[in-house]
Design a protein around this ligand. Structure first.
Ligand code: GSH
Length: 226
């Protein structure tokens, strides 16, 4: 999966953060460009990276679970009705599936500049180094940069019953679309990963949405939500 075009939907406002040194040392470039970098996506980055990359891998990170515990007042919600998007929770038994994207040369600064706005400035996410295991070569793990919303960020909502999360998702939309689209696109990705990729939290929210949707609005309106 290669994407050469890159969206300029959010003009860079400030110089991008440079990747953590430990992530750069592994692939020194001899052409004066910054070293190649892998970026791990586990939420909207899975289906909408919107930056140019040279390669991508489906796989997982260990020691983290994905949770719809981050509030979002821009992309999938508003100040009055914040949506819910995902973050990573440290969990010794956890395993989170997603996509790692390799950026090289000019792509590195362009990706970091873009993600700094989309994830950090607009989303409240911080960067964190993770170890990524490609589905096809889990014996050859990669160091990658992930964007994680910690409990200290102002948009953090924390745990809630899956039914309550589903209700919030059904009621919210933002500048990138309805919160239900965000949930269903992530669920679609997990389906594509195959039976070995399980996410009980995500599945429980999708089930709760399926139960509530008919009561929430008639079918034709439900289809118009996404
Ligand atoms: N950092 C996670 C989550 C990213 C995420 O969903 N961030 C929100 C920011 S609040 C976003 O970019 N949303 C864009 C969209 O909803 O299409 C990832 O690697 O995918």
């Amino acid at each position: 999966m290669k994407q050469e075009s890159v969206s300029q939907s959010t003009p860079p406002a400030s110089p991008p953060p440079s990747p953590p040194p430990e992530l750069s040392a592994h692939r020194p470039q001899d052409d004066g460009h910054p070293p190649a970098l892998w970026i791990f996506g586990y939420g909207s980055l899975v289906w909408r990276p919107d930056f140019a990359y040279s390669d991508s891998r489906v796989g997982f990170v260990r020691g983290y679970s994905r949770r719809f515990w981050q509030g979002d007042t821009f992309h999938r919600g508003s100040d009055k009705m914040p949506g819910r998007v995902v973050t990573l929770l440290e969990d010794r038994e956890g395993c989170t599936w997603g996509v790692a994207y390799e950026v090289q040369g000019d792509q590195v600064s362009e990706a970091l500049k873009y993600l700094n706005i989309r994830e950090a400035v607009l989303g409240g996410y911080d960067t964190k180094e993770v170890t990524f295991y490609p589905q096809d070569t889990p014996d050859q793990p990669l160091k990658a940069l992930a964007y994680v919303a910690t409990p200290q960020n102002p948009g953090y909502l924390g745990p809630a019953p899956e039914e309550a999360i589903a209700t919030q998702i059904l009621a919210c939309r933002g500048s990138s679309g309805h919160n239900l689209e965000y949930l269903l696109r992530l669920a679609d990705f997990m389906q594509l990963c195959g039976p070995q990729a399980q996410d009980e939290h995500l599945a429980a929210i999708v089930d709760a949405v399926g139960t509530m949707l008919p009561c929430f609005c008639p079918t034709e309106q439900a289809l118009a939500l996404v």
